[in-house]
Design a protein around this ligand. Sequence first.
Ligand SMILES: Nc1ncnc2c1ncn2[C@@H]1O[C@H](COP(=O)(O)OS(=O)(=O)O)[C@@H](OP(=O)(O)O)[C@H]1O
Length: 334
Amino acid sequence: MIIQKIVIILKTHKTASSTVLNMLYRFGEEHNLRFALPLGYQLRYPLPFNAHRVKGYRGPRATEFHIMGNHMRFNKPEVEKVMPADTFYFSIIRDPVALAECSFAYYKEVAPAFRKAKGLGDFVDDPNKYYDPRLCNNHYARNLLWFDFGMDNNANFSVELAQHGEAMIRQTFRLILVSEYFDESMILLRHALCWPLDAVVSFSLNARQQKSGSNSVMSGSWVGKAAMLPNLSLTDRQREKLRQWNALDWYLYKTFNRTFWEDIDKFGRAQMEQEVALLRMRREILGRVCLKDGGKPVEAYRIRDKNIRPFQSGVVKILGYELQPGLDNATRTA
Ligand SMILES: Nc1ncnc2c1ncn2[C@@H]1O[C@H](COP(=O)(O)OS(=O)(=O)O)[C@@H](OP(=O)(O)O)[C@H]1O
């Protein structure tokens, strides 16, 4: 089996995709691979991807890139101009309810549909009161996965449409990972790419600080702002309504979740358990070596090295890691 070095991840939003992309960056750097990076901010998102947004692009297949993974709205013909024909396409999905919670918290001030809603529950009780499909950035509020895959997130749900979208995805993407089963996803990915286990060991990035009062990393300044946190609590009925509101995403999630477990059955459940256990062990060892306080994510201001502080958006805090002091350079950059 040959190590696959030419890959694209369609970096869907709020699905743990930054954690995955970070691994691709690490693998690419180790193997001297060339990245298709955005010319400026992002790859034209939320507009459909255009090859000219890639730094160093000089026409169809003029420059061979190995890895592409920044946020984009998928647009196959343009992607094919940048990436070689034997590129391995994959992506990652997340339960639309969890995705909506994360998106609401993160894009509360960015998506007009979320801005006026007091909480996610209010929003979903009457989404049409808040949601105008014509307004920029409202795609964060409805069928965000479907949108990122390049399709119309405002289309009315029908089984035919959903199946058509599914078929388009299957035609191009060899693997769809599932955020809720991140470790199992990493094992499937590493086998599909013939990568060593250590290439898929990672620490979760972009975690959102969850609740006030429940976390030992809380600080005085944070407690003071807790009242501004968006209300994300949902009843079972509201969860169901969220699935209906995001019916296209819900279809994708159910369908590809099924395929994911079929793939695991083909791989072998026992083998999967063994590899997941190994992966977790490697992560724990690395955490003890590299991260302070056993690797517990902390608020950005606690991280002394400003270069590794996580990007912040909205009113929720995005957590990062404080490195173990005194790491030698080789360990630090590995
Ligand atoms: N390994 C792993 N397993 C499960 N979940 C994980 C993992 N890594 C990141 N995350 C969660 O993914 C959310 C951030 O997603 P993204 O990195 O895709 O966000 S972004 O679109 O790039 O801004 C964010 O979710 P929330 O915490 O619910 O906001 C992260 O906690």
